[in-house]
Design a protein around this ligand. Sequence first.
Ligand SMILES: Nc1ncnc2c1ncn2[C@@H]1O[C@H](COP(=O)(O)OP(=O)(O)O)[C@@H](O)[C@H]1O
Ligand SMILES: [Mg+2]
Length: 487
Amino acid sequence: MNLFGGRTLRQKLALVLWGTALCAFASSGIALAVFQRLTLERRARAIMEPYADLVSVGTDAAVAFEDPVRAQEILDPLRANPEILAADIVLDDGRVLAHVGTRPDASGRVSAPGVYLGNQRVELVRNLQRGAMLHLTMSVGELRRQERQALWLFGAAVVALLAITLGQISVLQRTLVKPIAMLTQAAELVRSRGEYGQRVSASGTDEVARLGRSFNAMMQTVEERENDLRRLLAEQRVLEQALRESDRRKSEFLAVLSHELRNPLASIRTSIEVLPRSPPGSPIAARAWEIMKRQAVHLTRLVDDLLDVMRISRGKIELQRARVDLRDVVRSTCDDFRPHFERGTLQLRLEPMPDPVWIDADATRLAQVLGNLLHNAAKFTPAGGIVTVRVEASGGRAEVSVRDTGVGMEPDEIKRLFEPFAQAEQGLARTQGGLGLGLALSKGLVELHGGSIKARSEGRGRGSEFIVSLPLGPGAPRANAMRSLAP
Ligand SMILES: Nc1ncnc2c1ncn2[C@@H]1O[C@H](COP(=O)(O)OP(=O)(O)O)[C@@H](O)[C@H]1O
Ligand SMILES: [Mg+2]
């Protein structure tokens, strides 16, 4: 039978310690008993011999003259010792010359000198002069007392040993069992629940403390790795999502691009077929020319936008900066686009701009941005709508706002608006044409100028506003100087 099988560490330690203590009690108890037994005769002799010596020395003459009175005188002082049960001086013919204590029982008397141990008494027999003998009988009380003393001592030692064992068990419990139990519990939690934040208290220099510290360090590393892994996984998920989204937009873009290219090409092809069959200068020929010209401009615009977006994403666009009055850029762009609006029976309103707004910018690129915004406003505002353009300068910044009364946008559309190829999922946008690049391109260009662009809308059907904000140019003339320069 395996005594230790299936037991806790604490039980094992207690078993070992109690086992050791028990063995110690048993072996020292046995040793004590054997020692007592082995030394019994010697101890009896040690107690009795001084009395026997005393009697032997004084009895020479009394024995020689067989003088009982003298012999009795020598024995009498022994009465003072209650442990001495009897003392006899027996002559060689068996007569008792003197006697103290209990009546002598001559029949069972031993005649050889020595010490004889009984249960209740000890008898010492010694040779005297002329064949006479001394018989000294003592109670075993003294020996028993010595034995009791030894037993008491042994008992005290046992109690001390018990106390020490209990102390040892509690010390081991505190310094060994408890830390290991905590370590086990922590490891268990790590394994079962993945709680990598588990730590154990580990003070001290012994192996258990070192084990605890190593565990803590190991958990620290595992926790860090785990966090790294989680972060990486999260990043990877985001990346994956972004990749999928970009892939989706690209395929969508290809579909839109094909669609956008096919319509103008179809118009151009029809015009090419019509032209040879219509007399030069006829209204039909003129109309065909007009269509071809318009569609070619449209196609060029599409391709230019595409190229520009690619250039911006590669950082390949360089601005031709100069000090320009933003009002001039806005005014001329609006003039260029006015026919566009009138065709759609829309109103384009330019709010009055009293002071010049000097900025350090590439006028052509700014016109491109503004053109995109106007183009969109015209595209997404139904007939009869109004588009308002406003220029403002305040707090070191110039702002151009293009507001329309058109189809408007939902808040979540606004968030994606400035990403390339982003278009609202609406039937109208599709039928309006466009690659979804205008705003991305505008944002890129504005940011190259150190500015920003944002969109606002109260919701679907409630119009939109696009605001371009640009830093005012360095060394822009002060307010009064601006006024004097104004045309
Ligand atoms: N003024 C506007 N009113 C409503 N929606 C607009 C307006 N301007 C832009 N949008 C939305 O933003 C999308 C992206 O515009 P843009 O980048 O210019 O691409 P495109 O004009 O080729 O569609 C448009 O498809 C449309 O959904
Ligand atoms: Mg557009």
